[in-house]
Ligand binder design. Sequence first.
Ligand code: G3H
Length: 539
Amino acid sequence: MTAASDITFPAREDIPVRFLPGSPIAQRCYLVDGELRQWDGPRQEVYSPIFLRTTAGPQPVLLGSYPLLSAGEALAALDAACRAFDHGRGDWPTMTIEERIRHLERFTYRLKEKRDEIVTLLMWEIGKSLGGAEKEFDRTVDYIQETIGALKDLDRASSRFVTEQGVIAQIRRAPLGVVLCMGPFNYPLNETFATLIPALIMGNTVVFKPPKLGVILHAPLLEAFRDCFPPGVINTVYGHGREIVSPLMQSGRIDVLAFIGTSRVADMLKSQHPKPHRLRSVLGLEAKNAAIVLADADLELAVRECLSGSLAFNGQRCTALKMLYVHRRVAEDFLQRFTAAVENMKIGMPWEEGVVITPLPEAEKIDYLQALVEDAVARGGRVLNRGGGTVRHSLFVPAVVSPVSPQSRLYREEQFGPVVPVAVFDDLAEPLEYIVQSDYGQQVSLFGQDPDTLARLIDPLVNQVCRVNINSQCQRGPDIFPFTGRKDSAEGTLSVTDALRVFSIRTLVAAKDHALNQNLFTEIVRERKSKFLSTDFLF
Ligand code: G3H
């Protein structure tokens, strides 16, 4: 499909019943201190980016509504989290790891029961393809299981005493306190849980605010949160960030900010904390990952990887390729193949087989993308694919734009959508300088076949970004690999094992090595008097 005018939205009866959303979910409660509190105040209605064809023309679909809490309710949620942590004396932070794992396993069981409901909501609420939504859900369950496994390994390694220079010690990781968790709209389940789960399992308590889009899909989990964790360990808040998040930060009682979003919002939130040195931050922020296609690249492979790298889920991935740099010798051939591949991409509804381009969930995104394309064209660029940049309601036909002037906004701004800028280079210094001058430093993809050239590029680039992908698109996974970035792209490192570290701090019990202390340690361990000072092996 190559033009927006060819796109039709389905009528309700065209959609297979198993993909239809249920009746609108009117969420009237939020979870605080182990109870689902009723909310009678204002609520936010949530409409799907998917329109339905009706006799009155395409109509948006109402998915439900959620509470718009005010500062008072948000602070009550924070109070509950603080009480449950109780300065490290609460049941949850002092519980054995084995017991915490049991709570999490119960929750995972309940989560799995909600797979179909959540997958359907991922399609309708943020327009994610069926395959993408299923992958997001399954990856989240795998992530929880891998986290439990990694924690057992960590605990086993810490279940012994160390003797050094006449001092005996046991060194373990302890929780940090109250964590504010906020995930992004493009992975509302997975990237929320990528911080929520390690934060919880390390013994922290949590205030969780779902992203601005992808809120309703968390509603089916509220009861499971309530039933599987002790009161106050997890609390949920909903509403406008300025109303409910700012008071939380200003209170000074948030110990860790786990946020995936823009650096502008992250900076604002951090600056609101009265004692910034007390605040740990785990941030996943913007990126403008480049692909460099060298003159000897296998073009079929490069086109395939660049296509999926730049346009999977409409380019709405922080790891998406957001600038393609192609060597002049292969530029024409690359662009012809790439443009043809874009024109062949399936545009449609999330449940359709093979669909790649789906409705965009952010209402203001279409205008923003059109402005980026117009600006690039005004500065000498051309839209190369037929229909590129045309729009039908929430659907935006991907636009391949080339050349891209360094003066254009598209050259530097993170488009986070289906617009692919392609620049042509003669000298490798040009894309390298582009990366050096970028505000972002997440990943890069290199396409080529000569080991000498690739090695010469790898060495400077590993000091500019945090992952150099060879003949492969940029991506976060596998989740056991470290995921981070330099400059404005991240703070802290996430992966199954790294996340356990960022939500904890090393603490030790140490004693001069003499008979009194040896006997004390022996008795505490033998009689299982302490949960921290223990040599129990976690099977
Ligand atoms: O939005 C940014 C995500 O972390 C990208 O993750 O590479 O698995 O799509 P992904």
